[in-house]
Structure formats: structure tokens, C-alpha cells
Ligand binder design. Structure first.
Ligand SMILES: [Zn+2]
Length: 583
């Protein structure tokens, strides 16, 4: 019993070991098999990567933006060669990418952690994330030297816009910047990418299509780590067109520095051909740093007030009222009484004259020369609002001037129901107050139309543009012909000539007789602030070739503040006439 039992025990032990061995064998086999599988798959990947080793992809070449020059070829907006750095997660491990980023952070002294994250999230992974743009050569050089060792980066030449005159030309030239989210889709349709810059304001914006050029493409070969190997094919970028403006830089500088510290606008143009020689306002911004915060010594405004702000044109509007009056049959020799104010029975407040003591008996010529409001109140009642508004439209009020700058506003005229405008409102309108407002350029254009005998020439800044091969295209301004009644024009001209002569409101400004200037002062009342000072003139009155507007906000009397500045501008014009007339 004990022997059988011992044998049986042995057998049991043996079978147990056997089962254990069998399981062990199966276990070892499974491990080996899985290892084999792993090796095969991994090796296959590595081999196939080695086999393909290089990959080829198209890469965009930035087009140099067209440059902008003054009429005499001085640079107003130019390109400086800089570099952009891009990173792509394509075939890079997180660690490899991080190594590259850390190196770039060291060299450039910046923090790229956010950009690293967005690069890692790029889909598809061969896309590029912009890390840094506008790097000068000295910063880009060490990276360029090591680009063979840095996986996943790309360095492209880039063009940083530089404005040699900064704030002096900002209101005209504008600046380039990132495309806003609201406009992005329309730009993408035109072939822009979200990283592209585009003209945001001024000429940079209005001529974006000419300035932009066409990006090129190169087919680039890279190795498995995204390192550059070779350029296989290139279709070069087409540079944008260079623009030549009618703006005269030295004249613009003179006007800008005369305005500095006040709030105002100066425009100088040729009424005969629409060339704008000067357009400046203060305060403004620096095109090189459009986002810079204002300082106590330097306020910032993004408005080009010459075309983007409406003002009451004040007595400069009397040109229109006088013309409408003659059209309505007013006898210019007839004298009206001015006792310093005018009473309208149904109106609570008296309507004041600029001269509180009154002008006495006064005819049209002297009412223009001495800027008598009461004369114009009285003739306005005879003209009526519909006829006055008709002439306002003919002189360009209520309409944009169509200058080649963006975001122009068109002033205001009460055109809804001219027949039912209350008499009091009509009286205010007759002296350029109340329901009438205009941009400084509109007011100047009304004088250009008068100076031209009725012809309106579209004001413009572009003279011509040139493509990269030097083909030149001239800007052809639009024009509109109306003939002003010659006799009426002659009569009003006498009044405007009187303004700068003895006894005229701008006599003290000291206009040289030699320049044959004719003009009009304006002193605009604006609620809650000092009066705005206006002066508009043109010369020579028998063959006008220059028209000038000066507006000084809260400058007081037009004759005392704005006219002297206009006289300085006119002196400068005639002293530099040859240069300023050449094309
Ligand atoms: Zn008066």
C-alpha cells in the first residue's frame, strides 16, 4: 500500500512538473513571437523611412512689397531685408522639437512656449508655424549658420516695412499690419495666408493690390528630420509696383512741423490737375510704431482728419451762398443793413454777425471780404434752402471727393426734405453752420471748383506706378465739368481777393501781392469748445495753380490763426514753384 502510494505520489509530481514546463514553453514562445513581431514592424518602418529618406515640398517665396516715393523720388515707405523663422512638427519627436525651440529661445532671448504648443498641434503635421518675423541679419546669422543641425526649422527672407519719415507722412502713407479677423476670409479668397501682412491705412491700404506683388514658390528637398537638403525648382516671386506720389516731402515736413503741438490740418494741392502736394494733420501716429501708446508729449490719433472728420465749414461756405444768391437774382451791388445781429421773430436767439458792432450798409463783395453774417442771413431767405443745397452739391458738398485714400467720409447736407427746412436752420446753413458739415478736403475742393471755373478734378496722391521691369502707368484723375456763370464768378472773385487786401479778414496775415492770392477765412462755432480757425485760398487768381487749406481746431479767429500759416505755405510754394510744378 505504501509502495503503490509512493509511486503514485511520484507520478503526480512528475505530471505537475511536465505541465509547468509546457506552460513555461508556451509563455517563452509567446514572448519570443511578440518580440519578433515588434522587431519586424519597427524595422519595416525604419527601413521604409530610410528608403524614402528625403521628402519634397513646395515652399512660398515672399514678394518684396512695392516701395513708395515722394514726387521727387524720396523714399516714404521702403523694405528692409529681415528673416522669419518657422517650425514644423513633421516627423519630429516632441523632444527633438523641444531641443530646437530651446536653442532658438536661447539665441533670440524670447519665450516660444506658446508657439511650440501650437506647432505641435498643427494638422497636417507638415504645416509650418511662424515663430519670429522681421529678425535683422545679426540675429538671424547664428541660426542660418546652424540650420543644417536644427531639425524642423525653416528660415525665409522677409521684408520689414520701414517709413523713413514716420509721423510726418503717416496720415497719407498709413502702415501695414496683421489682417483683422473680420476681414480674414476676404483676404484668404485673394490668396493671402493668416500670417501675411497687408496695408491697414493710407496709401498702403488703398493701393494694396499694386503694392503686394505675387508670391513665388520653390520646391525644396528635406531629409527625414526636416533639414534642408536642396532646392529643386524655383518660380520666383514678382515684386509689387513702386508708387510715385504727388506729395512733396520737404513741403510736407514744413506743414507738419508748423502744425505740431496744435490740433489741425494742412492741405496743399493743384486745383488744375488734382495733385495733392501736402496733406498732414496733427496729432497723428508713427507709421513705424502704429501701436505705440500716446505720451503726454505726443498724443496719438489714427484719423486722417483731412478726409475722415466732418466739421462745420463756417464762413468758407459763404462762397456757395454767394453763388446761389447771384443765381437767385440777388443784385451784388445792393446793400443790406448789418447791426451786428439779425432777429427772426419765430427764433428765440438772435443770429449774430462776426463783428458784434455791425458792418452797417454792406454789399456782396464787402460781405465776403469782411465776412458779414447778417448780409448772408438776409440773402439766404431770398435764395431758399433747395437752391442753396443744389449749389452746395455742385461745389462738392455732401459727396466724397473720391481721393485715392481709404475710409473717406462725405460730410453732411440736410437733403431729406429741403422744402421744409425751418428758416432759422437755413440761416445757420448760409454761414456754414448747423446742418452742414464737411471734411477739410471737401471744403478745399469747393474752392478748387471755383478756381477752375466749375471744373472738378479728382484730388489724388498717386502720380504713377512702375512694375519690376520699369513699365510705368500714369494715374488719370476723373473730372467733371460744370460751367460757373462767368459774371458771378468774377464778382465773387473780387470779394475773395478783398479778403487778403486792406480791410479784409486775412489782411493781417501779410499775403504778398505778387502771389495774387484770393481766399476766405472761417471761424466755426462748435458747442462746448473754442472756435475752429479756417482759411482757404488759391493763387494766382487769374490762373490758379495752388490751393491751400489750413484748419486749426480751437484756434480762434480764422484770419488770426489759420491765415498766417496759409500765407507761409503760399510763400514756400512760390519760392519752390519750379520743383513743385514738375512731374
Ligand atoms: Zn455784419
Amino acid at each position: 500500500m505504501s509502495i503503490i502510494s509512493a509511486e503514485f505520489q511520484d507520478r503526480l509530481r512528475f505530471e505537475k512538473r511536465l505541465r509547468l514546463l509546457k506552460w513555461l514553453a508556451i509563455f517563452i514562445f509567446l514572448i519570443l513571437a511578440s518580440r519578433m513581431a515588434q522587431w519586424t514592424i519597427l524595422r519595416h518602418r525604419q527601413y521604409s523611412e530610410l528608403a524614402r529618406n528625403n521628402y519634397v515640398h513646395p515652399q512660398r517665396l515672399e514678394a518684396p512689397r512695392g516701395q513708395i516715393f515722394s514726387r521727387d523720388g524720396k523714399p516714404l515707405a521702403v523694405n528692409r531685408l529681415t528673416y522669419s523663422i518657422w517650425v514644423s512638427p513633421f516627423r519630429l519627436s516632441k523632444e527633438e522639437m523641444h531641443k530646437t525651440i530651446v536653442y532658438l529661445e536661447d539665441v533670440l532671448g524670447r519665450d516660444f512656449s506658446e508657439k511650440e504648443e501650437s506647432a505641435l498641434a498643427l494638422r497636417p503635421r507638415w504645416k509650418w508655424q511662424l515663430l519670429a518675423r522681421n529678425l535683422p541679419m545679426e540675429l538671424a546669422a547664428p541660426i542660418l549658420e546652424r540650420k543644417w543641425e536644427l531639425p524642423g526649422i525653416r528660415i525665409t527672407p522677409d521684408f520689414k516695412r520701414y517709413y523713413p519719415e514716420g509721423a510726418v507722412t503717416a496720415s497719407v502713407i498709413g502702415y501695414v499690419g496683421r489682417i483683422s479677423q473680420e476681414r480674414m476670409s476676404s483676404y484668404i479668397e485673394k490668396g493671402y495666408t493668416p500670417d501675411d501682412l497687408a496695408g491697414v491705412a493710407g496709401i498702403e491700404n488703398s493701393y494694396e493690390d499694386l503694392l503686394r506683388g505675387e508670391a513665388g514658390t520653390e520646391i525644396v528637398q528635406r531629409d527625414a528630420h526636416g533639414r534642408y537638403v536642396d532646392t529643386l525648382e524655383t518660380s520666383p516671386a514678382v515684386p509689387g509696383h513702386d508708387l510715385y506720389l504727388s506729395l512733396d516731402l520737404d513741403f510736407q515736413k514744413l506743414a507738419y512741423y508748423k502744425l505740431e503741438g496744435r490740433h489741425g490740418v494742412i492741405i496743399v494741392m493743384n486745383p488744375a490737375n488734382g495733385n495733392v502736394l501736402v496733406m498732414t494733420c496733427y496729432p497723428t501716429y508713427d507709421s513705424n510704431e502704429p501701436g505705440a501708446p500716446p505720451r503726454p508729449t505726443r498724443p496719438v490719433s489714427y484719423l486722417n482728419k483731412a478726409i475722415q472728420e466732418n466739421y462745420p465749414p463756417a464762413s468758407t461756405f459763404k462762397l456757395v451762398t454767394a453763388m446761389a444768391g447771384l443765381d437767385a437774382g440777388i443784385n451784388p451791388q445792393e446793400e443790406y443793413d448789418c447791426e451786428g445781429s439779425y432777429i427772426l421773430p419765430e427764433w428765440k436767439k438772435p443770429f449774430m454777425c462776426e463783428l458784434p458792432t455791425g458792418h452797417g450798409r454792406i454789399n456782396m463783395r464787402n460781405a465776403i471780404k469782411e465776412s458779414c453774417n447778417v448780409y448772408f442771413y438776409q440773402i439766404a431767405r431770398k435764395i431758399g434752402a433747395p437752391r442753396l443745397l443744389q449749389w452746395a452739391i455742385l461745389f462738392g458738398y455732401g459727396l466724397e471727393t473720391d481721393i485715392d485714400l481709404p475710409f473717406e467720409v462725405g460730410g453732411k447736407l440736410p437733403l431729406q426734405s429741403p422744402d421744409s427746412i425751418p428758416t432759422g436752420e437755413l440761416l445757420y446753413m448760409s454761414i456754414g453752420q448747423g446742418a452742414i458739415s464737411a471734411t477739410p478736403l471737401q471744403a478745399l475742393i469747393s474752392y478748387c471748383i471755383f478756381a477752375n471755373g466749375g471744373r472738378l478734378v479728382q484730388p489724388h496722391l498717386l502720380l504713377h506706378h512702375k512694375d519690376a521691369e520699369g513699365h510705368r502707368t500714369e494715374f488719370v484723375p476723373k473730372s467733371r465739368d460744370t460751367t460757373l456763370p462767368e459774371e458771378s464768378r468774377r464778382l465773387i472773385m473780387e470779394g475773395l481777393k478783398g479778403v487778403v487786401s486792406t480791410g479784409g479778414t486775412a489782411f493781417q496775415a501779410g499775403f504778398s501781392k505778387e502771389w495774387k492770392a484770393a481766399g476766405k477765412t472761417g471761424t466755426a462755432e462748435r458747442p462746448g469748445r473754442e472756435n475752429d480757425a479756417w482759411f482757404i485760398c488759391f493763387a494766382p487768381y487769374d490762373a490758379p495753380e495752388v490751393a491751400i487749406l489750413v484748419l486749426i481746431e480751437e484756434g480762434g479767429y480764422g484770419g488770426a490763426t489759420a491765415a498766417p500759416l496759409a500765407r507761409e505755405m503760399l510763400d514756400y510754394y512760390f519760392q519752390n514753384r519750379v520743383r513743385l510744378q514738375s512731374q
